[in-house]
Each structure stands twice: as structure tokens, then as C-alpha cells.
Design a protein around this ligand. Structure first.
Ligand code: NAD
Ligand code: UD1
Length: 317
């Protein structure tokens, strides 16, 4: 049994990492200010973890959380492209200052390794697909810029202080517990919710933009592999499935899974949006031994089931 800290552990991805660590028999401390996360996400492990409510910019709180921890899974961030366009300063604070505080506190506490959540958005509209880590990043939104800055700090802390760091560039993660209701919600839970309600989802643009939609369990696996004793430090690497689907294909698949169709409303493109996204996962395969286990369709099926169960239990919305 080891001790781990998860920042943003009450959020969508962080809660999945937390639950997996608890199931594997580890001691887990979660730091979250509940800006977008919810205690409900941690319901099944609430009595097994130590929850520290607060901000990742608070170094004192972080040092309490990281003391004696083997590794830190840094997931806390304001994770929306749209939100960052509306309010770049708060995104910068949570994502850049927050990451710096996490690294500095981890260093002071003697943590061996920090695994940081980065994003495929750092590539921007790179013309070549799939996106590889040796391509120059061209962030198109304040959110993407904040994630790239976090990666740079990870690299600096590895080189300068010998803190082992690794940045995982997640590609459009989806699955149970991803919030469908927020103004900044992601497309998969928005579309599922609309279709289950029988309302018409809005597609920004022509729906031919594509994403490498990645089921959350694959991302949890990549995090655990990255926290282990692999040789990678100071590196960034893609975590996706290596396939892309357009939003129109997503709608058609959901129609098949749910069994009812709705006509979407097509509206203007969203500012800061990337057109196409697909991961080359060769580096993660080679360095981490990562391989996506749950494909897009199976992941969608499980996610729809979760939404249906939630609605039956009367907690939709
Ligand atoms: P989420 O919003 O569900 O989780 C983020 C968590 O961080 C929330 O619980 C929130 O309350 C917490 N948080 C935010 N600001 C904080 C602060 N200042 N101090 C403490 N806690 C704070 O989002 P998610 O989708 O689970 O994203 C997790 C991480 O993965 C983020 O770093 C995000 O940028 C990254 N990421 C997500 C995706 C995706 O598709 N969901 C893709 C690429 C990268
Ligand atoms: C998502 C993540 C971001 C992550 C990035 C890279 C969220 C909220 N954002 O950004 O954290 O870093 O992936 O993997 O999880 N769309 C519609 N209708 C809607 C909502 C969205 O057409 O109602 C479109 C958007 O315009 C976009 C696509 O769907 O073209 C995906 O949008 P979204 O789910 O917000 O994800 P990203 O912006 O790719």
C-alpha cells in the first residue's frame, strides 16, 4: 500500500483515478476546491479517503496533502476552452499558478513523481494528423496556452530539481460522472442528455469537426502506468485511442445506442475551437506500455447506461 495525492479528485477524471487507487488498496488524499467538482463523484469512496477542500494555489494545504505521498496525480484545473476565452485570467490562475504550486510543494515534500493532466488542445490546428509529440505546439485558446505552460513547468522541475514529472496530453475524455449540466460541459454528455430528453442538440459548425474521443478508463490506466517507475521524466505524451470521429458520427452512434433520433440544430462555429484531433499514441505505448482497452462505441454504451441509471434515480440535469 502506498500513499497518493489526487488534485481535482472530486472532478470527472480525478474521481475515477481516486476510486481506482482506493480499490487497489492505496491510501488517497484528495485536494479539490469544488469549483467544478462534486462530492457526489466520490460517494463510493468517501469514507476511505482524506478530503482536503481548498485551492491548488494554497501551498500550505498542498504540503499537508503531499506529505509522505509517493506520487501526485495533478488533475485540478478549469478544464474548459470556452470558459478560458471568456475569462483567461481565472483559467491562468488555476491552471498555471496551480500547477507551479503543485510542483513546488511536491518538491518540498520529497514526492517522487508528479503526473500532470495536459491536453491535446496544445497542438491547436496542426495540419498533420495524427498529432505527434514532436510537432510544435500552437495553442489556440487561453486554456491550451495554460496547459502548455504547465508542461513547461513540469519539464523545468524535472531538469532543474530532479523531480520526476510527466505530462499526459489527454484527448477528449468521456465517461460516467462527466458533468452534463454545466455551461462549460463537454459535447458527449451534452448530446447524450439532449437525446435522452428528446430535445435537439446544438452542433457548432457543420459537425464535420473530429475528435479522438477517449473513454475515461483508458486515461486512468495511463495515469497509473505514468506514476510507476518508467524511465520517462520531463516528457509529455499523448493519451488517446488513435482514432477520430466527427460530431455527426457521434450523433449517429448515439442514435443507434439510445434507439431514438433527434434532428440537431446547426449553428455558428465556436471561437477557439480546433477542427480535427487524433492522437498518435506510439510514445505512450513504447514508454508506458499503454494501450487503450475500451473503444469508443463500448465507452459510449457504458456512458449512456450511466446517464440512464442516473435519470431513473431522479438526479438528471
Ligand atoms: P473537471 O472539471 O471535472 O475536474 C477538475 C477538478 O479540478 C474539479 O473537481 C474542480 O473542482 C477542481 N479544481 C478546479 N480548480 C481548482 C483549484 N484552483 N483548486 C482545487 N481544485 C480545483 O474536469 P476533468 O474533465 O475531470 O479534467 C481533469 C483534468 O484533465 C484537467 O486538468 C483538464 O484540463 C484535463 N483534461 C481534460 C480533458 C477532458 O476531455 N475532460 C481533456 C484534456 C485534459
Ligand atoms: C475538450 C475538453 C478540454 C480538453 C480538450 C482536449 C471539456 C469541456 N473540454 O475540449 O478540457 O483539453 O477536449 O482533449 O471537457 N460542441 C458542439 N455542441 C455542444 C458542445 C460542443 O457542437 O453543445 C462541439 C465544439 O464546438 C467542439 C466539439 O464539440 O467542436 C468538442 O467540444 P468540447 O466537448 O467542448 O471539447 P473540446 O473543446 O475539444
Amino acid at each position: 500500500m502506498a500513499c497518493y495525492a489526487v488534485t481535482g479528485g472530486a472532478g470527472f477524471i480525478g474521481s475515477h483515478i481516486t476510486v481506482r487507487l482506493v480499490r487497489d488498496g492505496h491510501q488517497v488524499r484528495v485536494v479539490d476546491d469544488l469549483a467544478t467538482g462534486r462530492m457526489d463523484n466520490l460517494e463510493e469512496v468517501r469514507d476511505d479517503i482524506e478530503f482536503l477542500e481548498g485551492d491548488v494555489c494554497d501551498g500550505q494545504l498542498l504540503r499537508r496533502a503531499f506529505d509522505g505521498a509517493e506520487a501526485v496525480f495533478h488533475q485540478a484545473a478549469l478544464a474548459s476552452v470556452v470558459r478560458s476565452v471568456e475569462d483567461p485570467v481565472s483559467t491562468n490562475r488555476a491552471n498555471v499558478e496551480g500547477t507551479l504550486q503543485v510542483l513546488e510543494s511536491a518538491r518540498r515534500c520529497g514526492v517522487r513523481r508528479v503526473v500532470c493532466a495536459s491536453s491535446s488542445s496544445v497542438y491547436g490546428d496542426a495540419a498533420v494528423l495524427p498529432k505527434r509529440e514532436d510537432m510544435p505546439p500552437v495553442p489556440k485558446s487561453p486554456y491550451a496556452a495554460s496547459k502548455l505552460a504547465g508542461e513547461h513547468y513540469c519539464q523545468v522541475y524535472a531538469g532543474l530539481f530532479g523531480l520526476e514529472t510527466i505530462s499526459l496530453r489527454y484527448f477528449n475524455v468521456f465517461g460516467p460522472r462527466q458533468d452534463p449540466a454545466s455551461r462549460y460541459a463537454a459535447v458527449v454528455p451534452i448530446f447524450i442528455t439532449a437525446m435522452l430528453e428528446g430535445s435537439r442538440p446544438t452542433v457548432f459548425g457543420d459537425g464535420e469537426q473530429s475528435r479522438d474521443f477517449t473513454y475515461v478508463e483508458n486515461v486512468v490506466e495511463a495515469n497509473l502506468l505514468a506514476a510507476g517507475h518508467c524511465r520517462a521524466s520531463g516528457m509529455a505524451m499523448n493519451v488517446g485511442c488513435g482514432e477520430r470521429y466527427t460530431l455527426n458520427e457521434l450523433l449517429a452512434l448515439l442514435e443507434r445506442i439510445i434507439g431514438t433520433g433527434v434532428e440537431p440544430i446547426y449553428s455558428g462555429e465556436r471561437p477557439g475551437d480546433v477542427r480535427d484531433s487524433e492522437a498518435d499514441i506510439a510514445r505512450a505505448r513504447e514508454v508506458l506500455g499503454y494501450s487503450p482497452r475500451v473503444g469508443f462505441e463500448e465507452g459510449l454504451r457504458r456512458t449512456v447506461e450511466w446517464h440512464q441509471a442516473r435519470r431513473s434515480a431522479g438526479c438528471a440535469g
